[in-house]
Design a protein around this ligand. Sequence first.
Ligand SMILES: NC(=O)c1ccc[n+]([C@@H]2O[C@H](COP(=O)([O-])OP(=O)(O)OC[C@H]3O[C@@H](n4cnc5c(N)ncnc54)[C@H](O)[C@@H]3O)[C@@H](O)[C@H]2O)c1
Length: 347
Amino acid sequence: MAVVVSRRTSRINPFPCGVAVVGPRRYDAATMIKRPKIAIIGAGGNVGAAVAQWAVQKELGDLVLIDIKVDPAKGRALDLTQCGPWEGFNNTSFVASDKPEAMAGADVIVMTAGVPRKPGQTREELIGINAGIVKGICQDIKKHAPDAVLIVVSNPLDAMVFVAKQVTGFPRERVIGSAGVLDSARFRTYLAMAAGVSVEDVHAIVLGAHTDKDMVPITSNATIGNVPVGKFLSPEKLSEVVENTKNGGATLTKLIGTSAWLAPGAGTCLMVEAVVRNQGRVLPCSIELNGEFGVKGAFLGVPVKLSAKGAEAVYEFELSAQEKEAFGKALAANTELMNIARGILNG
Ligand SMILES: NC(=O)c1ccc[n+]([C@@H]2O[C@H](COP(=O)([O-])OP(=O)(O)OC[C@H]3O[C@@H](n4cnc5c(N)ncnc54)[C@H](O)[C@@H]3O)[C@@H](O)[C@H]2O)c1
């Protein structure tokens, strides 16, 4: 039988500059199984806070919100805690801190630290700032949470996964980028809007790079209710959907004035959930390719099986000639960004 155990005293201010916002934590009385520890870095910001919100709603574990600016991290933790009375968050504990030690022993780390793009900017333009930020944090991750599964969100995404893998030295299955989940959600949404059907019945995936130019929405195997998407949409309409998907982030950045966070947070949290609940979800994630799709050593979005081990498997399937060509362009773009990132790492 499960019991509720308050760990209040042990969770208050465990770190010098951190403020713990606490709630009772639930343990299995028989096994005393530890709740997953999920550290979100950059959690004072929009995407990190959105990941935290979805994680709390799904009761995925205990959350550590880390940010170089500690007050926004504390604020996000307190704000979320105050949802508890209505949303029943009575068994999640939060720690807010600016200290890297706060991530110690985390099972999953979500990296959302870094600057977002402004209207008119590309994600690639962020590399000069974000590569340095991600590098510094990954040195801390290697030291404090060497067994964690690391989910990178910071942009330019595929290059930041490369930086994270280089710096931590973690095996490829434990360094995964979140972008395909978001881009595929946008693709499915635009398909559903164009076809006038429920998004729940739309199955479609986006592979390749997380850039406006080089993401690869896959139309060749997209279906709506198991019926090929071509039965619903003309080639012209499909091309329009593909363009809308590729410009999905830029469209929102222009509308909001900064990059979006709700759907990015939801998609990233889906990945966290797949890991902490050992679900074996098959989701598009950015990972170092080891011969899959004919690519070795570059980082691109492909279908991945996510479980407690991280990316347990990578799956390949046949692309159309046009999609192969687009995937090749994504590879070239990633190689170029990796070379810039390599320069920053060595600098
Ligand atoms: N992969 C995706 O699908 C996707 C989607 C949206 C945004 N993003 C990217 O995610 C990142 C965050 O976006 P956002 O909108 O939340 O930005 P934001 O500015 O709201 O938040 C970023 C946070 O990172 C913190 N930070 C900066 N340097 C840090 C450090 N060294 N240690 C700890 N924290 C640090 C900042 O203080 C800030 O609170 C950006 O790079 C953005 O481009 C990726």
